[in-house]
Each structure stands twice: as structure tokens, then as C-alpha cells.
Design a protein around this ligand. Structure first.
Ligand code: ADP
Ligand code: 5GP
Length: 209
């Protein structure tokens, strides 16, 4: 069995990444969503081990020292990082593994795993981004302000991604993400075993001539 595709999904805070991922996992099989570690406080309704592994700074720095993270970054005053074990385990089972992480982490992943597919999610406009971020109602005005400033910086890196996904209608967007990931499986470079097998089978015809 071939290894699952490694996918990174980034996008401005409030662009709808979390919503898209939840729907994608509900609608389609064969995805594994990596759960990150973070030092930020849980939002209402978030639980340890589901959205994130919520940790103290000391615990997080221990994970860094022990080499348990594939990558980590700081984002608006907190640490965020991807635990290594889950990603390796799920990919070896043939699952497509999705990391929902910010841009610095995305670039580190691409360096370590060059065949990673990088997706950038954006709302149709900046005005809609602010509306969603305010509408979510999970952050103070100050934090929303910092996240919008961060979005300005992140927009500079959008062209480093393989695909731009506009999250206007949610269902359309979810289907588009699924189609992009599935078509990755058909890349010739991901099907070397099949190519070798059919080459061998074809050689029988030459002998039989
Ligand atoms: P992110 O994970 O990127 O920070 P969320 O998934 O939390 O973003 O979405 C931010 C807000 O926008 C949420 O309130 C969510 O319900 C809303 N939202 C997400 N996708 C859409 C969409 N396609 N149309 C309208 N609202 C959306
Ligand atoms: P939030 O606080 O809104 O859940 O996440 C803030 C930002 O951190 C988002 O852009 C999210 O994609 C990113 N993020 C979440 N987990 C990780 C991670 O493990 N590594 C990195 N580099 N970024 C992450």
C-alpha cells in the first residue's frame, strides 16, 4: 500500500479552515487530521485531545527538547506544534494526513517532506474575513486586531502555496479540497510501484514474440 498524501492547510484566522476540516472529515473517509499541541487557552467548547493538546509553556518546551514535534512556531503570543508520532503512523496506514497550520510551519513541513501538498484557504474578500472573525465571537477585539494584522503578513506568502482555495460556499469548498487531494494520488511520481509492475508485465509480450 502506498503512503497517504501529506496535506498542509493554511489560511487567515477566521477564513474557515476549522469548519472546512470538520465537514471534510464528516463527508469523506480516509483522512486523518493531525492534532497540534499549543500553549493558547482553550476556547469555549474546545477539549484537550480533540481540537488541540493544551499545554503549559514548560510542557511544550519539553516536547521541543525531546524532538517530539515535526515543526513548531509562535503565533500571536503562543506556541503551536505538530506531534511527529501521529503523522508517521497514519501515513503508513495509507491515510491522507492533514495539518492545519500557519505559514512558517507549512514551509518547514515542505522542506522535510517535499511531496507535501500546500493549500491556502481564503474568504472571498478582506471584509468577509473580518465579518467571520468578529462573528465567531471567540476572541477579544484586541486579539481580532492582532489576527488581522497577522493576516496582512500571511498574505505575502500566499503565492508559495500549491493551491488557493476560496471558501465562499462551504460545501463547494469542501468538495474542491477533497478533489485536489484525491487527484494527488494519480500523480505518476506517487505510483512508482504500479509503473514498475506493469513494465514487468509488459515485458512478457516481448519474450513471447
Ligand atoms: P479558522 O479555523 O480558519 O480560524 P473557522 O472555521 O473558525 O476559521 O471559521 C470562522 C467563522 O466563519 C466561523 O464562525 C464559521 O462558522 C464561519 N464560516 C466558515 N466558513 C464559512 C463560509 N463558507 N461561509 C460563511 N461563514 C463561514
Ligand atoms: P488558532 O488559535 O486559531 O486555533 O490557531 C492559530 C494559528 O495557528 C492558525 O493559523 C493555525 O493554523 C495555526 N496552527 C495550529 N496548529 C499549528 C501547528 O501545529 N503548527 C503551526 N506552525 N501552526 C499551527
Amino acid at each position: 500500500m502506498s503512503k497517504g498524501v501529506l496535506v498542509v492547510v493554511s489560511g487567515f484566522s477566521g477564513s474557515g479552515k476549522g469548519t472546512i476540516m470538520r465537514r471534510l472529515l464528516e463527508k469523506y473517509d480516509n483522512y486523518g487530521l493531525s492534532i497540534s499541541a499549543t500553549t493558547r487557552q482553550p476556547r469555549e467548547g474546545e477539549t484537550h485531545g480533540k481540537e488541540y493538546f493544551f499545554q503549559t509553556t514548560e510542557e511544550f518546551e519539553n516536547m521541543i527538547r525531546q524532538g517530539q514535534l515535526i515543526e513548531y512556531a509562535q503565533y500571536v503570543g503562543n506556541y503551536y506544534g505538530t506531534p511527529k508520532a501521529y503523522v508517521e503512523e497514519q501515513r503508513n496506514l495509507g491515510k491522507d494526513v492533514i495539518l492545519e497550520i500557519e505559514i512558517q510551519g507549512a514551509m518547514k513541513i515542505k522542506e522535510q517532506y517535499p511531496d507535501t501538498v500546500l493549500l491556502f484557504v481564503t474568504p472571498p474578500s478582506a471584509e468577509e474575513l473580518k465579518r467571520r472573525l468578529v462573528g465567531r465571537g471567540t476572541e477579544t477585539e484586541d486579539v481580532i486586531e492582532s489576527r488581522l494584522v497577522r493576516a496582512v503578513q500571511e498574505s505575502e506568502g500566499m503565492d508559495l502555496y500549491d493551491y488557493l482555495v476560496i471558501n465562499d460556499d462551504l460545501e463547494t469548498c469542501v468538495d474542491e479540497v477533497h478533489a485536489i487531494i484525491q487527484s494527488e494520488h494519480d500523480k505518476a511520481s506517487r505510483n512508482e510501484e504500479f509503473i514498475e509492475r506493469i513494465r514487468k508485465q509488459l515485458k512478457v509480450f516481448v519474450k513471447g514474440e
